[in-house]
Design a protein around this ligand. Structure first.
Ligand SMILES: *[C@@H]1O[C@H](CO)[C@@H](O)[C@H](O)[C@H]1NC(C)=O
Ligand SMILES: *[C@@H]1O[C@H](CO)[C@@H](O)[C@H](O)[C@H]1NC(C)=O
Length: 473
């Protein structure tokens, strides 16, 4: 049922721009290509196994005890109103990390952690990946991580057919929305805002693809959406979150069935957003089961460090792949518990979806091992702190930063970006880049045109970092 033929997008016929860079080969040679791919992948797999074995041997080498300081907010989102995990819920703190013992190689005179190491014995089962990027859930952090991971491991990415960054996420995803890759192969990674659909499932079948997403407690997600989409008529009319949730039915009549008004996560997962109707019991059961059945891993923004560690083990990523750089304390409006309760009641389906995802998440943490999780969180924190010390001069509104670091700033909001210190590392540079810059780099690398994005973000002059041997433009 999951066997999937090679996808041909509708706009492929007669496309002249999409000649592959080096050889410009056509269909007759595609068998050779398949063989080449097969050989390269086999070599890669062999190498991965050899690496895991040697890493295992390395870690088994000796004992070396490191004490880690207490935790501080170390993984933080890139936009101003997104939560840092430690501050997320009032009065609720992340577990304290005290005196975790980590076994390291005694021969290593440095701190002993190889940030370029993948997890011991890790073998990735599937090569392809769909990430359902959801709104206001710290999904940009995951987006940045996946761009960096894909660049490092030479993955191809799906981009919208107009060469922009984001797909039309109000419509169910369809293959024809994609820009065909020069060799017309299926992309390895789709990781943008999309609305989950049957076509996503066909393009990224469970047999060869991981599907992941990230969700957030509706009690804090909704205020974030409210702030980020001030032009949504119901929000505009209500003016404040408190007003809105005191009579949501009244305000939601103000306009369209905009998905941000109600159950945005459910909507993005491909279902109705149930603005005016209630799901039947069957529908509800189907939605809840989609959390587990359609997705291999559902990350939670409240528990970003744990989420990233699960992600690292799923995809066999290096520590550096999951590095993030902390931002300074974000000013978030405080909401009364009563307001949050009203929000959760309004976000009726999302709340159920989140609760289901939360249960699965903690079951996975338990399976992973709670002690191991605490130890790995300490390593992650340590690396992120080191990176921040090495690379971060400060945080500034994106308008004041060089153009390649400028994130999209919605009207009326201030988004901050990272100002790098002299001597920053490659990892830090890629973390600090805007998603536009990373998308441009990847489009260039895939020999697709980046001119739309360059023009849109005023980066016509940005030198090509990749794909200088491409034959198109
Ligand atoms: C973050 O804010 C605190 C308190 O305002 C300040 O002491 C600290 O230097 C800031 N850190 C950075 C990296 O800007
Ligand atoms: C998520 O699960 C944890 C652990 O079981 C629990 O403490 C927490 O209250 C749950 N949160 C929600 C919103 O269900």
């Amino acid at each position: 049922m999951e066997a999937v033929p090679l996808i041909r997008t509708s706009s492929v016929g007669g496309s002249k721009r999409s000649l592959l860079s080096k050889s410009g080969f056509g269909q007759t040679e595609s068998k050779t290509v398949l063989w080449k791919t097969f050989i390269v992948r086999s070599l890669f797999l062999l190498l991965t196994i050899l690496c895991s074995v040697s890493v295992g041997w390395f870690f088994a080498g000796g004992k070396f005890i490191v004490e880690f300081p207490q935790t501080s907010p170390f993984i933080v989102s890139r936009t101003k109103d997104l939560p840092s995990p430690v501050q997320l819920e009032d009065g609720k703190k992340a577990p304290e990390l005290v005196q975790e013992q980590v076994i390291l190689n005694e021969n290593d005179k440095s701190d002993g952690i190889d940030y370029d190491a993948t997890p011991e014995h890790c073998v990735r089962q599937k090569d392809r990946l769909y990430f359902l990027k959801t709104h206001k859930t710290a999904s940009s952090v995951i987006e940045n991580i996946l761009y960096r991971y894909g660049l490092r491991t030479d993955k191809t990415f799906a981009f919208p057919s107009n060469g922009a960054l984001i797909f039309n996420y109000r419509k169910p995803f369809a293959k024809k929305m994609m820009l065909p890759l020069p060799d017309r192969s299926r992309p390895d990674i789709l990781q943008q805002h999309t609305r989950y659909s049957k076509e996503v499932a066909d393009l990224f079948p469970k047999s060869d693809s991981y599907r992941i997403t990230i969700l957030r407690d509706p009690g804090t997600l909704f205020p974030s959406l409210f702030k980020y989409f001030p032009r949504n008529p119901p929000f505009k009319q209500a003016k404040t979150v408190e007003n809105f949730v005191s009579s949501p039915e009244k305000y939601s009549r103000a306009g369209g069935a905009d998905f941000v008004t109600r159950n945005s996560m459910t909507f993005q997962m491909g279902f109705d957003n149930f603005l005016k109707t209630l799901p039947s019991d069957d529908e509800m059961a189907e939605i809840i089961s989609a959390v587990d059945n359609e997705f291999d891993l559902v990350l939670l923004s409240e528990y970003l460090p744990q989420s990233l560690i699960l992600l690292r083990h799923l995809l066999c990523m290096t520590w550096s792949d999951i590095a993030t750089m902390s931002k300074n304390i974000s000013q978030r409006k405080h909401f009364e518990e009563d307001t949050k309760e009203k929000i959760r009641r309004w976000q009726n389906v999302d709340t159920r979806v989140y609760e289901a995802a939360n249960m699965t998440f903690w079951r996975k943490v338990k399976e992973f091992g709670e002690e191991k999780m605490t130890a790995e969180m300490a390593i992650l924190e340590k690396m992120n702190t080191e990176n921040a010390e090495k690379c971060v001069k400060g945080y500034r509104p994106v308008k004041e930063l060089a153009v390649e670091f400028r994130d999209y700033e919605p009207p009326g909001l201030t988004i901050e970006g990272i100002e790098l210190k002299e001597g920053y590392t490659d990892v830090c540079y890629n973390i600090a880049l805007s998603p536009f810059s990373l998308a441009i780099d990847i489009l260039d690398k895939q020999c697709q045109s980046s001119s739309f994005l360059r023009k849109y973000m005023h980066m016509e002059d940005r030198p090509k970092r990749f794909g200088t041997d491409c034959q198109n433009d």
